[in-house]
Design a protein around this ligand. Structure first.
Ligand code: MCA
Ligand code: AMP
Length: 510
């Protein structure tokens, strides 16, 4: 048996919430989470408050297996509601608060939640009602409040490991956002592997500014903190000074961020102060080696880059001990198996790929891997081959086993760690009266990694719309991070014999 299996086995029995509750009861006075409004909350307080909120939500109709959309700024209120829902056995559907009507109604229509809990409940109420009038809409602050009814009880912490805990909306390799269903066991296995790989313990304290509506902030940052029994300082947004101040004031040991955050940190004159941290982890998009090197030069700390996905949580990581190689993502995490599909159709394992050095699509299997997309039987057939999930990411393996992501076989732009599906932006742009044809691609950007760029063919008889006009038009329907940062007007789009746009032939003017 592999060492990792020996280590991972006992840690992954039970469910995520039961592992958290065990910590809170073992160390009731331990300060677990901090936010600027409420200060620290202890394990005992979290246990009591999440139990109370679970009972309150139960009385409002949220039961085991019910889907609930959750969206809010990072803070203890949001965490209390998230944990309460998981303790109830409800299925949390985390959603970006920047989403507009089109994006929200797609998700509501798709997963049919019984309740939507969101910071901006006034804005979202009519959107939700336009799909389902019976679905309740509640502000996060209201849901998280303790309302004095001490008699409230509900059956909690009884969800089985295989029951669904979260549905994360993502595009998969093609198409519109669909819900990746993750079980309690999937989420537990993921953080158990990270605790081993990153030597993450109850002595650690994380500065957590990643949004809690994506897997990086939620499934890694928050769940890992609660699983290890450590603590986290929650920041409601990213700013280099706030991260550095929080690390100092709270004696933090860990920071997790997307490459755009590291890009901004290395530009701060104070970045050297992050030398106090034990471990800095990057992921969600490739960390440019120049940023990796600049961070090390300024702090003496070597960023540990890892690779993950909503459907699998974390997959591959640079080693904690040993070389953290710039530009590479490292080795499969404990319990995770990786292989590569090849054009021949015959998949190869890591040693074979390390010998031939050829790129292939990463396939993955393990206790962390989701079971499929919500109500998408056709997508699920395409997403799995012989039980292995197709990531849509292309990688090579070096002779010493380090995996490097070299590209994507899926249509996806990653801007500042947020995913943008070109088709979604194309559909909105195509509905503009002056746009005859459009293609959206990601172009290289030192700050954002990739920038949303639209190539537009103007409809005869119309003036070419400028960038700001198109952004405002799209902003009615799409979250602002999806709006094109560059617009290039072209005469025609290059198309192949099947009429499909040949995107790699699109070139931005210098
Ligand atoms: C904000 N804006 C963006 C982005 N973020 N534009 C493009 N790409 C972005 N990522 C726009 C806003 O719409 C706004 O535009 C303007 O920038 C300023 O907004 P602000 O909120 O002040 O931006 P910021 O605070 O500077 O945000 C940058 C950020 C943020 C902190 C890097 O994007 C962020 O938190 N990214 C992390 C995303 C993440 O957690 N990804 C993990 C996915 P306007 O002025 O027009 O309104 S999970 C995943 O990928 C897997 C599992 C994995 O491996 O981790
Ligand atoms: P999401 O769909 O938001 O879960 O984003 C997952 C995708 O982010 C992966 O399929 C990769 O394309 C990308 N990704 C995550 N981490 C890395 C990394 N370290 N290097 C390159 N790409 C990454």
């Amino acid at each position: 048996m592999l060492r990792s299996e020996v280590l991972l086995g006992p840690m992954t029995r039970g469910t995520l919430v039961r592992s958290w509750v065990a910590h809170w009861r073992a160390r009731p006075d331990h300060e677990v989470l901090h936010d600027a409004r409420d200060g620290w909350i202890t394990g005992a307080q979290l246990d009591q408050r999440t139990g109370h909120v679970a009972a309150k939500l139960y009385r409002r109709g949220v039961g085991c297996g019910c889907r609930v959309l959750l969206s809010g700024a990072n803070g203890i209120d949001l965490v209390v509601v998230h944990v309460a829902l998981l303790r109830l056995g409800a299925v949390v559907v985390p959603v970006n608060g920047a989403y507009r009507e089109r994006e929200v109604t797609h998700i509501v229509r798709d997963c049919r939640p019984v309740m939507v809990i969101v910071d901006d409940d006034a804005a979202w109420s009519p959107w939700v009602a336009s799909v389902d009038k019976r679905c309740g809409v509640l502000a996060v602050s209201e849901a998280a409040a303790v309302d004095g009814n001490a008699d409230m009880t509900a059956e909690i912490d009884t969800a089985s490991p295989d029951s669904p805990a979260m549905i994360g909306y993502t595009s998969g390799t093609t198409g519109a956002p669909k819900g990746a269903v993750l079980s309690h066991a999937n989420l537990l296995a993921s953080v158990a592997a990270l605790a081993i790989a990153w030597h993450w313990t109850d002595d650690d304290r994380l500065v957590l500014c990643l949004p809690l509506f994506h897997m990086h902030g939620l499934g890694v940052g928050l769940h890992g903190t609660l699983f290890t029994g450590g603590s986290a300082v929650l920041l409601d947004g990213f700013d280099p000074d706030r991260v550095i101040d929080a690390a100092e004031q709270h004696d933090a040991t860990l920071f997790f961020g997307v490459p755009t955050m590291y890009h901004r940190l290395v530009e701060s004159p104070r970045v050297g102060e992050l030398a106090r941290l034990r471990l800095c982890v990057a992921g969600s998009a490739p960390l440019p080696p120049s940023v990796h090197d600049a961070f090390r030069a300024a702090t003496g700390r070597t960023v540990l880059e890892r690779y993950g996905m909503t459907e699998t949580v974390m997959l591959v990581s640079n080693p904690y001990e040993g070389e953290r190689r710039a530009g590479a993502v490292g080795f499969p995490l404990p319990g995770v198996e990786v292989r590569f599909s090849r054009e021949s159709g015959v998949p190869v394992d890591i040693p074979t790929a390390a010998v031939d050095g050829m790129a292939g699509e990463i396939l993955v299997r393990g206790p962390n891997v989701f079971s499929g997309y919500w109500e998408r039987p056709a997508s699920n057939v395409a997403a799995f081959t012989d039980g292995w999930f197709r990531t849509g990411d292309l990688a090579t393996v070096a002779s010493d086993g380090y995996i490097t992501i070299v590209g994507r076989a899926k249509e996806l732009i990653i801007s500042g760690g947020f995913n943008v599906y070109p088709r979604e932006v194309e559909e909105v742009l195509a509905s503009h009266p002056a746009v005859a044809d459009v293609a959206v691609v990601g172009t290289a950007s030192s700050e954002w990694g990739e920038e949303v760029t639209a190539f537009v063919v103007v409809r005869p008889g119309h003036d070419a719309p400028d960038r700001d006009a198109l952004r405002e038009f799209c902003g009615e329907q799409l979250a602002r991070f999806k709006l094109p940062r560059r617009v290039v007007v072209v005469g025609t789009l290059p198309r192949n014999a099947l009429g499909k746009v040949v995107k790699h032939e699109l070139r931005c003017p210098p």
